[in-house]
Design a protein around this ligand. Structure first.
Ligand SMILES: Cc1ncc(COP(=O)(O)O)c(C=O)c1O
Length: 275
């Protein structure tokens, strides 16, 4: 397998040669945040938005960082990996404790880690399972604490699914690693950010495209019944782009493959970011 180009605390190395402490708070508490920055044709997609969200995540945890240094590491990872299409995974933890302790010392130095990996952005269709959203109340933070997502997604995997669509007491939230869009014959809908979801960058880019196209669009609170009567459902993320839902294994739907509103969105998004 090709070696993966990586960086740990500012030193570039191959992933397999990086050693970390078991007392990293990322390891003991998931006291850490992360970002996934896609690049296509050697160029990052929505780079500033990703850097801005990484800074917001650190602010939410009270971790102070040198965003210029981090930004330059991310740029170097893209450049020096020599990969044409892929993504950067970049993680920042609060630091390494002397001994595991919930309450941390203020003197800790943040711990940073990233790598570049190849990825193909070919469009995919998804088989998903609908499930209760069992996560915490701060899903707006891109934290590495993803146990709710991990449990739900691996339960769904047993039914042959590659994603989940979550709802909190019948109100739609998001996918396990993506945001939700759905369409009726003449309007596109997405749950608003007030529904305790991640402010996805692909979601934001797609909303810009939908507005540019002048399509009918609403952000709001939607329930499972509204999803069930949708003509098209798709999920968005930095690595998936726009991925159509072909089937929800535990919900009756009337989905149309390649619905015109989905195709308009996909064409516009792919023309702008993936060509
Ligand atoms: C829970 C969750 N929601 C939404 C997204 C999509 O965010 P983005 O478009 O910024 O990749 C992700 C991405 O991993 C995610 O994990």
């Amino acid at each position: 397998m090709k070696k993966i180009y990586a960086v740990y605390n500012g030193s570039f190395n191959y992933l397999e040669d990086i050693k970390i402490s078991p007392l990293s708070r990322a390891y003991t508490f998931s006291d850490s945040v992360y970002e996934v920055i896609p690049f296509f044709n050697f160029k990052a997609i929505a780079y500033k938005k990703h850097i801005h969200r990484l800074q917001n995540s650190c602010n939410a945890l009270g971790i102070s960082i040198n965003i210029e240094a981090i930004s330059s590491e991310i740029t170097s990872l893209i450049k020096n990996s020599r990969l044409e299409n892929g993504y950067i995974y970049y993680q920042i933890s609060r630091g390494i404790d002397a001994l595991r302790s919930h309450m941390y010392e203020d003197s800790l130095d943040e711990e940073t880690f990233g790598y570049a990996v190849e990825h193909n952005f070919n469009s995919q269709t998804l088989k998903v399972s609908l499930c209760e959203d069992i996560r915490w109340q701060r899903c707006d933070i891109k934290s590495t604490s993803l146990l709710g997502n991990v449990l739900s997604m691996n339960q769904a995997k047993k039914d042959g699914c590659n994603e989940v669509i979550m709802h909190k007491a019948n109100l739609l939230t998001e996918g396990g690693a993506s945001n939700i869009f759905f369409a009726t014959d003449d309007c596109i809908y997405t749950p608003s950010l007030a529904n305790n979801i991640l402010p996805g960058i692909t979601r934001e880019l797609l909303i810009e495209e939908i507005r540019n196209l002048g399509l009918n669009f609403e952000e709001g609170d939607y329930n499972v019944e509204e999803l069930s009567s949708a003509k098209s459902i798709w999920l968005t993320s930095s690595t998936k782009g726009l991925a159509q839902v072909a089937e929800i294994v535990n919900l009756n739907t009337n989905l149309i493959t390649n619905h015109k509103l989905f195709l308009e969105c996909e064409r516009s998004f792919n023309n702008k970011y993936l060509s």
